[in-house]
Unconditional design. Structure first.
Lengths: 429, 429
């Protein structure tokens, strides 16, 4: 293989190692070299140890094939426990903090043969206060957040795949801004043991990668199913086009991406039906983003707030304070609204292969002080449906703009198949 | 007050301190004295530090009233994080393990003025392999589990209230066996940040206390609502009597407790209607207890299993192995069945104040090698509904036998009101 090995996909790495054409060590070394070259600009890593990574790789090279991820380097968002790297939460409060063991997702990835390359930068406690990471397409722009380091590292070919988490839009927004594939599974499909909660009824563990197959492969290892690599739809899909009640807040490039995708996919044979949601949905954003998020934040951060409140950013501290003051009745009303919306969206998704929706407000915003608006991602997170961002378009500054693809709960594999069909028609933007 | 202060309820303690008739220190001291006297028999505590407890109490006595739990000593199940005591999970793997901070529930209790007295014994990782705790009514019998120490300590007047967690029957079974009030809230009503997961879609944080008001008071502090102390139903309740598909497996004392309760409450003016559940429910126990539980256990224990599998009991290790082998399709089917049953039980609960159901198979079993059968508690845990055990009856050996009271999701306060009405008619068994 003539390409630098850090540019390979997970599936190529696994195949190459199985065929005896590659070693895990060589792949890991090329990833580390890329990191050496680009990290001063990208600042995507919170903890990385060259020797530890290479040692894992060499052990895998000496051992029989351990599983479907044998030799695949993986990045881990820094709110997810790892026994061999500190978990620092993007906060000086947790500087050097060493967890007892691995999170469930990390342990399963390791068991399947992954090389835990290091920890990727997260916004403070997976919230809105950014870390130092820059956008690989233009370092003056945010990579998005809160899975900032995971998105940037994958986009920049430092690592083929990385774990992220999404409470609002923390996987799909950085994926869209950085031009990679983001995947937020059906709520709770990937086990959450060993992650620091932001808001427990919304937090979802997911993945960022450069191909749909790679997302599929890693997920398969975590949930105990066979990968469905390359599997696409047998016939042109029935698609929904859902602008959501937030449509008017989208920038021109996002409206263009969604409408252009719909029209090209329609021309390619897909049926595309406009989906208009009930009035309830217009209140969903507020209910999940404010009420549920704040109430649960006040609890997930209660101990940190009590002991180290002075070292928590104002933006996060304000949320904690709002959440402390939120009465239970308001919280339960918001939970009930979210539940009603989940039930109401199901009939829309039945009979469709997927819904196309805006993914972000627009391309990555200028500056590193804010990770962008989570509204379009939060909307679907609160509905518990599996959703992906696909890097199909570009904005006026030449930065990536993704579209969002959504399927019914637990139809994650079908979502992958639909996404392959869509990417096959639209291509990388 | 002439009673030893360790026999007071939380509401009495808070009132006594507010009235200047008591100090937190005096209450804590009497609890500690009771523990000194009885702990050699009960073995309810995993970690306890007399000085640390008294110091907290003295600080509260010097400070202005901190909140609704000012001066209340509380026990914490040993899978729940505390910054000032180790969290040892009932496993030698976690011997001396110190968490970074408090779990959300502990932090909120502390903020409201509770004295964190110490950590109570849990079965290994909140599973089925018992700790050393004995039943306060007869030390040859199990106290039930997995919240064994919390139930025994509360029943024996070592502490007025304690945190427990329930994945199957880990709060209500020991509550019933030890003759106290057990409360498993609506799923997720009490935030789970900072607890070690057993099975994340079932784990629920709850309470054990000697009165319904105490459960109400502590919950109110955690969820941000006003306590509804003493509030009972305005008129005689509409009750359901649900034997569940497991009825034939119940011992005579449990069948008697449920039928006696129904008949005496009916005589007191309640309407009692028999509830027969659809066929789906007969498969719920297997789906939740085996499929969901094992699959999620394999994940919550993945890291412990990989690094310390040789120090995990056979009974738990077997579950992990079964869970590792469970295909995702089976797991998702079980989740969907549980969801269908949740929807199916709602119409039964609407229009009722509460359902009466068996709580345990019978009185506490003889011996300390097994914590008893979780079937009757697991059934309702999987339905996400709030449920309580009330200590209304006794079995043939003179040991307590509880009845279970169940309400619709999020109607936890209404459940308390119904429970007060019921306890007012039946009295302590």
């Amino acid at each position: 293989m003539s390409r630098s090995l850090n540019r390979l996909s997970c599936t190529e790495i696994v195949q190459g190692i199985a065929d005896g054409k590659l070693t895990a060590e060589a792949v890991t070394r090329d990833c580390l070299d890329r990191i050496d070259a680009r990290e001063p600009t990208l600042k995507a890593w919170a903890a990385l140890d060259r020797d530890r990574a290479l040692q894992q790789a060499r052990e895998l090279d000496r051992a029989p094939r351990r599983g479907v991820l044998h030799g695949v380097p993986i990045g881990v968002k820094d709110i997810i426990d790892t026994f061999d790297y500190p978990t620092q939460m993007g906060s000086e409060i947790y500087k050097g903090y060493q967890t007892f063991g691995d999170a469930a997702c990390v342990s399963f990835a390791r068991k399947a043969g992954a090389v835990i390359l290091g920890k990727t930068v997260t916004a403070e406690f997976a919230g809105m206060s950014p870390g130092p990471t820059t956008n690989p397409h233009n370092p003056a722009h945010t990579p998005g957040g809160s899975s900032s380091g995971s998105a940037a590292a994958v986009a920049d070919h430092m690592v083929p795949v990385a774990f992220g988490t999404q409470t609002g839009g923390s996987i799909l927004r950085p994926a869209s801004y950085c031009g990679v594939v983001g995947y937020k599974p059906t709520f709770n499909l990937i086990n959450r043991a060993g992650i620091k909660f932001a808001a427990e009824t919304l937090d979802t563990v997911g993945l960022l990668a450069r191909t749909i197959d790679d997302v599929d492969l890693v997920t398969a290892a975590l949930v105990n199913r066979a990968p469905s690599l390359g599997k696409t739809l047998e016939s042109a899909p029935r698609l929904g086009l859902c602008r959501t009640p937030l449509w008017d807040t989208a920038e021109a490039e996002t409206r263009h991406a969604v409408e252009d995708a719909a029209s090209r996919l329609s021309a390619a044979g897909a049926s595309v039906r406009e989906i208009v949601l009930a009035e309830e949905f217009s209140r969903l954003y507020q209910a999940s983003r404010e009420t549920i998020n704040n109430y649960e934040r006040a609890r997930s951060m209660a101990s940190d707030w009590a002991a180290h409140g002075d070292r928590i950013s104002k933006v996060l501290g304000d949320r904690v304070k709002l959440g402390m003051a939120t009465p239970q009745t308001e919280y339960v009303e918001a939970l009930r609204l979210a539940e009603r919306c989940r039930a109401l969206v199901e009939p829309h998704l039945e009979g469709l292969d997927a819904i196309i929706a805006p993914c972000t407000k627009g391309e990555a915003i200028l500056g590193l002080g804010h990770t962008g608006d989570p509204a379009f991602q939060q909307f679907w997170t609160a509905l518990y449906v599996p959703t992906m961002s696909l890097p199909t378009h570009r904005g006026p500054k030449g930065l990536p703009v993704g579209i969002q693809l959504v399927a019914a709960r637990y139809r994650d594999e079908h979502l992958f198949a639909a996404a392959r069909w869509v990417m096959g028609r639209l291509g990388q933007g």
